[in-house]
Unconditional design. Structure first.
Length: 220
């Protein structure tokens, strides 16, 4: 029993150390940028040795990736994004309007969490193969997320009749791109503004609005 307790204590301590390092790294990246962040400063802020940071994260690029992944999910729990409440709410929505609102809420929440970190990744990736690969992974994950959402809507018969699944996926992929989010943030849009706009735009471009569909399907 003592050995089991010791193992649990060590795992708990390791988890707390990881959380301290990630919190310190996130604060440093957001405050000082990638170039201004050092492993030494992060380690000091987290109360650990530089060796601990290197062993756990493999360097500054690995640390940024870990911070991004945790920020994207909202926590460090081993739960896939598809199984998190936002994604489940999106899949549980019925009808085009509810689906648009649920997806927009999920996308706005994600953008709000990762927007600033994503700016850092995209601005400093040039010349660093590891960060280039990471940026490509982020882009691919966004495409996979758009594909999953559109496939779900297609299975419910919610897509516009004049739009293929592939075309709908590409539209959604564009709407949730960091470029669009960044431009809107530059113009002073709030997360609520973005969420409302995204829901309306999904109804206008991808999903069949129930009111419009009912009117068009009615006998003349």
């Amino acid at each position: 029993m003592g050995r089991v307790y010791d193992n649990r204590s060590r795992r708990a301590a390791a988890g707390q150390t990881r959380q301290r390092v990630l919190a310190a790294a996130r604060e440093s990246f957001l405050t000082h940028g990638y170039a201004g962040t050092t492993i030494r400063a992060v380690a000091a802020a987290a109360g650990v040795s530089q060796e601990t940071v290197y062993k756990r994260f493999g360097g500054k690029a690995g640390l940024l990736k870990a911070v991004y992944d945790v920020t994207l999910a909202g926590d460090d729990e081993p739960i896939s994004f598809a199984d998190r409440p936002e994604a489940r709410a999106m899949r549980a929505a019925s009808g085009a309007r509810d689906s648009a609102r649920a997806y927009a809420a999920m996308a706005a929440g994600v953008a709000g969490r990762i927007g600033q970190l994503l700016d850092i990744v995209l601005n400093i990736r040039g010349g660093d193969p590891e960060l280039e690969a990471f940026a490509a992974r982020i882009d691919q994950e966004r495409l996979l997320g758009a594909t999953a959402a559109v496939s779900h809507w297609s299975s419910l018969g919610l897509l516009r009749d004049d739009l293929s699944v592939d075309a709908a996926r590409d539209v959604v992929w564009m709407l949730i791109s960091p470029a669009v989010d960044g431009m809107l943030r530059q113009r002073g849009w709030s997360r609520a503004d973005y969420q409302e706009w995204l829901a309306r735009t999904l109804l206008a471009t991808v999903l069949r609005d129930e009111v419009t569909a009912t009117a068009s399907d009615a006998p003349s």
